[in-house]
Design a protein around this ligand. Structure first.
Ligand SMILES: C[S@@+](CC[C@H](N)C(=O)[O-])C[C@H]1O[C@@H](n2cnc3c(N)ncnc32)[C@H](O)[C@@H]1O
Length: 408
């Protein structure tokens, strides 16, 4: 690793690790290692900022502070107490500690620690006792809206004769998760998480500069916004970037409050300016279209598109996906995230909705591509179309399946 570089970890929804790895590599970063739920990488701070600004699938970006080995909780307490916390953050900031555990990297050994909440408590005690010993000041914990998040990832050492476990202690650069883009002001009961939607778009056969994108059941429009960002290669963080463009010191990310990142402005400013220029470009590209049956969602979505000033590029139509046939073009990528039957439309005939929608596309669009993502695998099996690719994904703990169907 070069002297100017450090270790970082970007987290993402499960199974999107390789999509995120490509995004990280696009920022000129070569040392990348996918892990469960994210990607570790070696980078300069400027490159890490580019990941924070430009990644569409990352949930958070962390910088590794240190790594050490522990044999038990007492050891964890003393190692945590040993860290120079006063150089890491100002004790007037409210903090939170999160902990994850995993088996050793070759999955030969499982962690002996049982309770991640207790481990977080032990690290917190070490941190607080260190501050108290040095300055008699006790920083306070804030679980819901902390200023600083420390994350410890614990996994057993690979050596089968050792009982020690590795602790990677990281600091979150992000603050509010990157999935909270701020474009969705919604009453919708089943919106897809934004960075998961962005990752799903990467797994379609969609050629964004050539194909029209039509979301047949658009709901709150998550896939329309994310398709717009992908098509134009834009940062999805436009709302935050607009604030930073006016005032580069505006507090939008957690790292801005931390002493080790002082002077970040000169690195962040050109990245923000480049993204804002791209956002204002008027390149003419194939339309992105959203179909939705319920008028209350249409109205809400139209307002959100106008607020975001992308209502010229994204078209909304109230229609029924089972009969929609009014748009004609050679190259269309249809997309559909139908109700699963758990949170929405419990009593309606969902099987017919899945089958009739797929049949409609097959009958009316013989040259198009269709992709369906759903948590209802039984209904997916009723669709009688030839599949080209299938992906197993997760929305939190809920398993999802994405299937690509070329009509030709
Ligand atoms: C699971 S939600 C989609 C959520 C969306 N991906 C989001 O992130 O907000 C399914 C949507 O399909 C819509 N829908 C149900 N039946 C439809 C039909 N026949 N034609 C068009 N839309 C339909 C529902 O009103 C609902 O908004």
């Amino acid at each position: 690793m070069k002297k100017s570089e450090a270790l970082y970890f970007a987290s993402c929804p499960l199974r999107l690790e390789s999509v995120l790895e490509k995004e990280i590599q696009k920022q000129g970063i070569t040392e990348t290692k996918p892990q469960k739920g994210g990607v570790s990488f070696e980078a300069s701070f400027e490159q890490a900022l580019k990941v924070l600004v430009r990644s569409r699938t990352a949930s958070r970006v962390y910088k590794e502070l240190t790594r050490f080995q522990v044999k038990d909780e007492k050891d964890l307490y003393y190692q945590a107490k040993d860290l120079p916390w006063h150089k890491i953050f100002d004790p007037t900031l409210k903090f939170k500690i999160s902990v994850t555990q995993a088996p050793s990297s070759q999955k030969k050994k499982h962690s002996k620690f049982k309770n991640t909440l207790y481990l977080a408590q032990v690290i917190k005690d070490g941190l607080v006792d260190r501050f108290r010993a040095e300055s008699n000041f006790r920083p306070s914990v804030e679980v819901k809206t902390p200023d600083v998040i420390f994350h410890a990832h614990i996994e057993p050492n690979e050596n089968i004769h050792s009982s020690k476990e590795w602790v990677r202690l990281m600091i979150d650069l992000t603050g509010t998760p990157l999935s909270h883009r701020g474009y969705r002001n919604t009453e919708h009961r089943a919106p897809m998480r934004e960075n998961l939607a962005a990752g799903i778009l990467e797994l379609l056969d969609w050629s964004p500069k050539e194909d029209v994108f039509i979301d047949l059941m658009t709901g709150s429009g998550t896939f329309l916004f994310e398709a717009f960002f992908k098509q134009r290669d834009l940062s999805p963080q436009v709302k935050k970037l607009k604030l930073l463009n006016r005032n580069i010191q505006k507090d939008v990310w957690a790292f801005q409050k931390l002493p080790q990142f002082e002077g970040y402005e000169s690195l962040l400013k050109p990245i923000v300016e480049e993204e804002m220029t791209k956002f204002l470009s008027q390149e003419k590209l194939p339309p992105i279209i959203g179909i939705e049956i319920k008028d209350r969602y249409i109205k809400e979505l139209q307002d959100n598109l106008e607020k975001y000033k992308i209502a010229d590029s994204v078209i909304i139509k109230q229609a029924d996906a089972r009969t929609f046939d009014s748009f004609k073009d050679q190259n269309i990528q249809f997309f559909c995230n139908p109700p699963y039957g758990e949170r929405l439309d419990k009593d309606s005939d969902l099987e017919k909705l899945y089958v009739d929608t797929a049949e409609n596309i097959k009958q009316n669009y013989s040259q198009a591509k269709l992709a369906i993502v759903t948590g209802n695998f039984e209904l997916l099996k009723r669709i009688r179309l030839k599949e080209s690719e299938k992906y197993e994904l997760f929305s939190g703990a809920l398993p999802l399946r994405l299937v690509n169907y070329p009509m030709y």
